[in-house]
Design a protein around this ligand. Sequence first.
Ligand SMILES: [Zn+2]
Length: 90
Amino acid sequence: MCEVCQRVILRKGFRSPQDYLDCLSYLQELIDSGDFELESGTCDLDKVKGPDGCWMDDMIGHVIRCRSCRQAFTCSACTYRGGGSFRKGR
Ligand SMILES: [Zn+2]
């Protein structure tokens, strides 16, 4: 973990669907800052909901990685049951 990674705000859970969307915006900010890159994802960060307003999948996950130390962080959510987190690692 480098200095950049230590500033990342992790989430133990999401209080609401909006809370999850806010976290995805945060991921996008981290990527836009140039410090992180998107390693993988079940869909594009801005396409977790389809044109019909429904979630793309029951399980949605994105992995970002620090460009400095290669530390990975995973943001995942179960849109069917609810729940999810933004945590360190894959
Ligand atoms: Zn780092």
